[in-house]
Design a protein around this ligand. Structure first.
Ligand code: IPE
Ligand code: IPE
Ligand code: MG
Length: 246
């Protein structure tokens, strides 16, 4: 079995992002309603976070709820928000034990009050942890993030804080939700869908993409290790030639 110990700890992705997809189909496959899939997906989140911390990954960002997911049936949205609150309460101890700092990105103001309060509390209590930074993308949409950045920069231009000529990639980066996170190195999507679904459009410009047919509740440490090993065998050229990299 391929375990975390088989990976080269010096070459793990600095920032791993995951589109955790397939909970609904997993539930259907087991003859259950969709939310059963979300309940089991939460177990995979816990295991994956622990494995990433053990692997020495510095940043893990999980696509947890998209701006488009607000269009789902109310019962499903309510269940997802309830699961978020109960998981945060339950996992604070796990975060402290594993030196994990919690972070959140997205339109957090649109979350139910209970979820906002719990998030705030766990973020604050884990803020001194220096290991893995775990970022939950909640009510997150990359286009909205970019729109917000453009509005914020435009306001600064209007107020003579920034001049148009000085707008560069660093300034744009600094106005995104992810301003304190590095670019994504590896993006994993489960469930066999080959799309980005409005996730981190700016930040994945040079990420390595990895798609697996495994449904999120079935995603194990072994699948994670396979993805990391695959990543470690890729040549990231960033526009250069192979010869230039030697
Ligand atoms: C991912 O699983 C979880 C969220 C988007 C919240 P889905 O709920 O999208 O599951 P499928 O894609 O319908 O199987
Ligand atoms: C993306 O999955 C959002 C999350 C995983 C939170 P979706 O299941 O919502 O994506 P689409 O709509 O199938 O592209
Ligand atoms: Mg889906």
């Amino acid at each position: 079995m391929t375990t975390i110990d088989t990976i080269d700890k010096n070459k793990v992705p600095n920032h791993l992002a995951i589109i955790m997809d397939g909970n609904g189909r997993w539930a259907k496959k087991h003859g259950k309603i969709r939310v059963f899939g979300h309940e089991n997906g939460v177990k995979t989140v816990k295991k994956t976070v622990e494995s990433c911390a053990a692997a020495g990954i510095s940043y893990l960002t999980l696509y947890t709820f998209s701006t488009e997911n607000w269009n789902r049936p109310k019962f499903e949205i309510d269940t997802l928000m309830r699961l978020l609150v109960s998981s945060l309460k339950k996992e604070l101890a796990t975060f402290m034990e594993n030196n994990i700092a919690l972070n959140a990105i997205g339109d957090l103001d649109s979350l139910p009050q209970k979820a906002r309060k719990e998030l705030q509390e766990v973020i604050q209590k884990t803020s001194k942890n220096t290991g893995l930074t775990l970022t939950l993308a909640l009510s997150y949409g990359a286009r909205e993030e970019i729109k917000n950045a453009i509005q914020a920069i435009s306001t600064k231009v209007k107020n003579n804080i920034i001049s148009v000529e000085n707008i560069d990639e660093t300034i744009i980066n600094n106005h995104l939700y992810t301003h304190n996170l590095p670019d994504v190195d590896l993006l994993i999507r489960t469930s066999g869908e080959h799309r980005i679904s409005n996730f981190l459009l700016w930040q994945i410009a040079y990420a390595e993409l990895y798609f697996t047919d495994v449904l999120w509740p079935d995603f194990t440490e072994q699948h994670l290790v396979e993805a990391i090993l695959n990543y470690q065998n890729r040549e990231r050229r960033f526009g250069k030639t192979s010869e230039q990299l030697i």
